[in-house]
Ligand binder design. Structure first.
Ligand code: GLY
Ligand code: MN
Ligand code: MN
Length: 523
């Protein structure tokens, strides 16, 4: 953020100056759109511009090497190319998103763009990958805003894109070398989108919702095609669906990234356990857990792959408890659902429910064991040939059976498992599994027949995450269960002959969890 350094009188914007105009009336006649720059004290003299443009060392001349992912991304583009012969496909990275006023969120490219370019964190705001139809498939061109010269105003004065403010961007040559994709200046995009478009010409599809400005440019380009608005929406949705389905089976590179994300996440859980004592002492102990994990994720990866859930005691019965403002009390369980997203943007998604003082009591252990048995039943069918939905069904059989044993269901487990029953779902309203990868809920636009109803294939990565959640005001369960929430979540890779639990190194069985915590706390 802009930083005040009066000692050297360097021209820059200051937070102090920002406060001053807030109390004053805007100058009469000042354009509304210009008021955002009230705090700017940018030098404008020609002499200053000439001075700041002068005497900089040459940029590095060496062309960078192709990124490890480049070949994999090319293969992914080839598969999409086959599905849409003769059509122009437009995949925006997306724009910077404003947090407030002139402050942006950290940039994360759209996942479909990341998948087909191999670009990861911070690359590249406003960029657009276009697959142009050619005789034997498609030619990929990456349009983006390349590094500006030192003689431009942007260089020193543009807080959003300028090198002085956010760092240098790559040149056209550099990004072409690392991605293996032809590059062009963003200024050429509009004309490129419209080229040869028409009722008898090229059809254009754009990933919906990725970048409003690009979508509008595509709308203009296809204004006089023979498809009506509804058909165009459907055409774009089909592209989103195909891109989502392309990620259902991970390639070798993606599996390596998932392994890294899982390893970093497991290390983050170890750090959390080491901080449990401090969490207990703190009035918002859940925040201690969140901050510990999130700090770890920034140190070891790009960030967290989703907001960390640090849910102690009754909070664990709220499935996505991300407020994380509660106490962490000895004797309670704490549910930690967290994932490190690595620089390539792949994320893990792991949950452990831990006894805060290191030992499960009898009732906690009973609930925990039921959830663990459900997870193990789900693992037992996680192999090629099973259907995705079988994994959930296996977990539900165990959950229903346990709840029936405990006398909580209005009938038998079988009656509950019947689609007309489903009483057990009162205590586990979520699904058991979702695909995992660039998005925590990956492949979300895939068709049902390729997701829920799909036969499992080697290379698929998904979670197994059954749980039981007994709210403290749930009068349908005995008092001893109220306020207990347990989820156990692992990340699973389907292999040629079964599965691999990618997160197996993080203890799951109650006695292993206790021993692991003891060892970490004794260190
Ligand atoms: N952390 C969100 C989920 O487990 O799906
Ligand atoms: Mn999950
Ligand atoms: Mn999770």
């Amino acid at each position: 953020m802009a930083d005040l350094n009066p000692a050297d009188q360097t021209p820059r914007e200051t937070t102090e100056q920002a406060a001053a105009p807030a109390t004053a009336q805007p100058a009469a006649g000042q354009a509304l759109g210009d008021r955002g720059s009230n705090r700017s004290q940018r030098p404008t003299s020609a002499a200053f511009r000439a001075f700041i443009a002068d005497r900089w060392a040459d940029r590095a001349a060496a062309t960078p090497e192709a990124a490890e992912v480049a070949g994999y991304a090319a293969a992914r583009r080839a598969r999409i190319s086959e599905l849409f012969p003769g059509e122009r496909l437009v995949l925006p990275a997306g724009p910077l998103v404003t947090r407030s006023n002139d402050t942006d969120y950290r940039f994360r490219p759209h996942s479909a763009f990341a998948h087909l370019t191999g670009l990861g964190t911070d690359q590249e705001p406003d960029a657009v990958l276009v697959l142009h139809p050619v005789d034997d498939g498609h030619e990929a061109v990456l349009y983006f805003r390349p590094m500006s010269g030192r003689d431009t105003e942007e260089f020193f004065a543009d807080a959003r894109y300028g090198e002085f403010w956010v760092g240098a961007r790559p040149t056209l040559e550099e990004l072409a070398a690392t991605t293996g994709i032809a590059t062009a200046h963003l200024d050429e995009l509009a004309a490129a989108l419209a080229k040869d478009v028409g009722p008898d010409g090229v059809r254009v599809r754009v990933v919906p919702g990725a970048d409003t400005g690009v979508s509008e440019a595509v709308e203009q380009a296809r204004a006089d095609t023979d498809l009506d608005a509804e058909e165009l929406v459907a055409a774009d949705a089909e592209l989103a669906e195909a891109l989502s389905e392309l990620r259902l089976v991970k390639d070798e590179y993606e599996v390596r990234q998932m392994r890294e994300a899982v390893a970093a996440t497991i290390a983050g859980f170890e750090r959390v356990v080491r901080q449990l004592g401090r969490a207990v002492q703190h009035p918002r102990g859940e925040r201690v857990i969140e901050a510990t994990f999130d700090g770890h994720a920034r140190e070891e990866g790009n960030a967290v792959g989703y907001e960390t859930i640090a849910a102690s005691g009754e909070h664990a019965t709220t499935l996505h408890w991300i407020r994380n403002d509660g106490r962490v009390r000895e004797g309670d369980l704490v549910l930690v659902d967290a994932g490190v997203e690595v620089e390539s943007l792949y994320t893990a998604d792991i949950t452990r429910t831990l006894p805060v003082d290191g030992t499960f009591d009898e009732v906690q252990r009973r609930v925990y064991q039921a959830v663990l048995d459900a997870a193990d039943a789900a693992f037992a069918v996680a192999r090629p040939g099973s259907r995705f939905r079988d994994v959930h069904a296996a977990a539900m059989e165990v959950i229903a059976a346990r709840l029936a044993e405990w006398g909580l269901l209005p009938g038998t487990a079988e009656e509950s498992l019947d689609p007309d029953g489903q009483f057990h779902r009162r205590w586990m309203v979520h699904g058991t599994s979702h695909h995992l990868g660039l998005d925590v809920h990956d492949c979300a636009q895939a068709r049902r027949e390729l997701y829920l109803d799909a036969v499992l294939e080697p290379g698929m990565v998904f979670t197994i995450e059954p749980g039981l959640y007994f709210k403290s005001d749930d009068l349908a369960v005995p008092a001893e269960l109220r306020g207990i929430g347990v989820r156990i979540e692992d990340d699973v890779l389907i292999t040629a002959d079964g599965h691999e639990n990618l997160s197996a190194a993080l203890p799951r069985r109650p006695e292993d969890v206790e021993a692991w915590m003891r060892a970490l706390l004794a260190d």
